[in-house]
Design a protein around this ligand. Sequence first.
Ligand code: XIL
Length: 428
Amino acid sequence: MATEGRADAWHGPIERGPGETVKTARPAGKCFADGKSFLVTVSGIFLYALSMTTSPPLSRRRFLAGSAAMALAGCVSTPNRDPDVVDMTPLKERAQRKGLIIGAEVSAPLLTDPMFAATLTRDFEMVVPGNALKWGPLERRKKAPDFHNADAIADFATNHGMMMRGHTLLWHDMNPKWLPKHLADPRKDAAKLIRYHIQTVAGRYRGRMHSWDVVNEAIEPKDGRPDGLRNSLFLKALGPDYLALAFEAAAEADPGARLVFNEYGCEWGWDIGRQRRYATLRLLENLLSKGVPIHALGIQGHLDPGSEGSMDTRALGQFCDEAADLGLALQVTELDARDTSLRGSIETRDRLVADAYARFLDVVLARPATEAVLTWGVTDRHTWLTGHFPRPDGGIVRGLPYDADYRRKPAWYALAAALDAAPLRPGK
Ligand code: XIL
């Protein structure tokens, strides 16, 4: 159960350096793709390709059938397998057609890389800072917050007409070193400090955030509490009341933002997954019944296709439905799929990663309450997975839509196909 206890796997920030580069050969002269048009010289493939461009949406079955046809015809000879879906319409156009939002996690330095910026703005219409808004990176020195990275991301979003999510106001991890001591000190007012932090950070970006992960990963059944709450530094200081306090402070600071409760492990098939879902739903039900302003449930979606039992699509679907019944919107906030424990060739692993995307997205996007999908990064060149879930062979982890050389991978095509297959959001 490699994913269980995942929160123990990292200890504070790891700076993501440039990843390794995987060199792959392009197929010689059989497939050409330029934007939305294409030229395919294999006749069988031509017919398939034609049908793809004339009759959207693309179902997953058709996507897979198409892949098989392409592979059989020998058109696809690289690990990248482009183009599986011949229509190269950017992901954001596919999402917009369905009234959905597609976004990606970024860091400020990456936005100055022209290749990264071009890829990001072509496919995505929302950004979320991976670390820049976490309390630790923001306020290493007490009372001296440093917003320059978060501001750079917000400015990039504004300049490129993109939306932004905030991640995250309260998390048990990546906090300033001085914080636990301060919160534990009975002479200090913990509630006041937490409220002040939230008001300062959410207030700074008032009117600019589509949504905020107000509280991240507050559930941990293994901590042994009957309510399944994580015994975090916030809980130790204030008890479960810290949750209502956080959402209320965020609502005051940025009344226009959608306020999100963000969790991981929502799709796990193991018993701990069931416990996590149960605790999350009961907590949300309770908070909402007291009028606490929570608008959406964030489903992180860090998938682990190499780990048996890591995804129970039926349980995930039911969880989504129950959250929607509480009146909550749903967002996929951190999608990626590690290939850490997958064996086989790169091509095989990429297929399995794409299949995990497809299985997960099919369930979540079928729910009308789902409003956004964000991947946790864009390219395997810059992914937290390689550092946090290293492959035994030391290679980069290939969990994102683009490979380290910015080529679309099967995961990109799976995302494209899932967006195409998603029903139109109600009212859009
Ligand atoms: C990760 C970042 O991507 C890494 O750079 C950092 O070292 C650790 O945190 N769930 C979350 C995110 O909610 O904040 C985490 O981000 C990934 C898991």
